[in-house]
Write a protein that binds this ligand. Sequence first.
Ligand SMILES: Nc1ncnc2c1ncn2[C@@H]1O[C@H](COP(=O)(O)OP(=O)(O)O)[C@@H](O)[C@H]1O
Ligand SMILES: CC(=O)OP(=O)(O)O
Ligand SMILES: [Mg+2]
Length: 345
Amino acid sequence: MADRDASEPPGPAAAAELRNFLSEVPAPAAVGHRIVHGGPHLTGHTLIDARVRALLADVADLAPLHVTPALPVVDAARELLPDVPHVACFDTVFHKDLPAQARTYAVPERWRAEYGLRRYGFHGLSYSWALQRTAQALGRPVDNLQVVLVHMGGGCSACAVRNGRSVDTTMGLTPLEGLVMSRRSGSLDPGALLWLQRRHGLSTDELDDTLHRHSGLLGLSGTSGDTRDLVRARAEGDAAAALALATFTLSCRRGIASMAASLDRLDALVFTGEIGEDQPEVREEICSALTVLGVRGGLLVPELEDLMREGHRRVDQAGRGVPVLVVATGETQQIAAETRRVLGM
Ligand SMILES: Nc1ncnc2c1ncn2[C@@H]1O[C@H](COP(=O)(O)OP(=O)(O)O)[C@@H](O)[C@H]1O
Ligand SMILES: CC(=O)OP(=O)(O)O
Ligand SMILES: [Mg+2]
């Protein structure tokens, strides 16, 4: 269930699927749930009780691809395992202390106060994991590191970390802002959305569906939201695949460079997420064009099995600029660790 593609909500199938899964594994002592959005009130990982469940329902529309389909899974799990604690682990927690200037949108006070418009940031479980692995790999304490972390998977984002804390990130109120993603658009001129509604009569539902499910790499290529397919297609002369990859990697470079603007120095650039892990062409195309930040191309390509076994690899050529690391995605391990922490296990 944890590996399900977020673009396909589990819906009512959740209980049956979960029952099958549980019949195949040892009885758990606790369950940790990845919840992408904690909203304004859930600012720490926490035991799920009736109050927390109600707060989750209240923020679901801020992450419709994620929290909406996660709720039936939470309910099914709590029903199937009523005697074990269930813990909600949030993507947003890592970013909870974003500086005011980084979390604020330039809209009137009323929108910020009444509607709660602000940047939250996501992929925090992945970033927490990647940050610890980066500190290990560099042999330096987390609280003295200034790094840019980039998570590229179904959703893609970048984050500036200063002394162990997230100080800026590309995702916003919802996980739709920022970098071009697999099937999500990332940032768009807000004027374009107004114009599409006024001039072309697009409805809210059409915008929602198109921006969340038919854009990004998929929308650009017309064939796939998976960089493995696109790298292959580009080599065979597919111009749309080439444009999709070029647009994607430029968007990642812009994201990385904008994150660097919140740091004094760049101790490392860190890639994680499925694309970050297993698409060396994308890493190379991003890094070789970031010389302005002291990042260099000519990256090493570790065997995926080595990366998975060891958890992280430095891929820059020593002595040639900013260290570049690849960290195997650790959201699941981070959820397990946070769940134990919440329960004092
Ligand atoms: N090179 C790649 N390797 C793996 N997944 C990729 C790659 N490029 C794009 N993807 C997309 O990233 C997603 C990875 O799956 P998953 O981890 O379940 O999604 P998410 O990152 O949204 O949690 C899938 O939607 C997949 O199509
Ligand atoms: C927050 C988010 O975009 O998550 P994912 O990459 O898993 O879709
Ligand atoms: Mg993922």
